[in-house]
Design a binder for this molecule. Structure first.
Ligand code: SF4
Length: 112
């Protein structure tokens, strides 16, 4: 298992990991891996995750630590990135420099 687990809010969950002691190659993509080979490897890793008693902790850790590579908590890096994009709080108008005053919007918005 990778050594980044110490960032977890529940540092002992990794001791109950089903993948502990298994070949980590199944969980991380080798250089240049693509297509069906990658899909098969990821499916096999996710199958292990499905029965893992600490799936939720592992997934929370990977999402919080923004793990860039590998299968963690049954999610691939692509799935974690998608999840993060979907759940990210949208910027409030004031944070992105747009006025929150509706009157200003009318003044600045050209009419069609
Ligand atoms: S959820 Fe998967 S990657 Fe995470 S500890 Fe369990 S088996 Fe390992």
């Amino acid at each position: 298992m990778p050594d980044q687990f110490h960032h977890s809010p529940h540092p002992n969950w990794q001791h109950r990991a089903l993948c502990r002691g298994t070949d980590t190659d199944m969980f991380f993509s080798p250089e240049g891996e693509r297509g069906n080979v990658r899909a098969r490897r990821e499916r096999a890793a996710k199958q292990i995750c499905q029965d893992c008693p600490v799936l939720a902790d592992c997934r929370a850790y990977a999402l919080t630590a923004t793990e860039s590579y590998g299968i963690w908590g049954g999610m691939s890096e692509t799935e974690r990135a998608r999840h993060t994009r979907r759940t990210r709080r949208p910027a409030r108008p004031r944070e992105c420099g747009v006025s929150t005053d509706p009157l200003t919007w009318r003044i600045r918005t050209p009419r069609a």
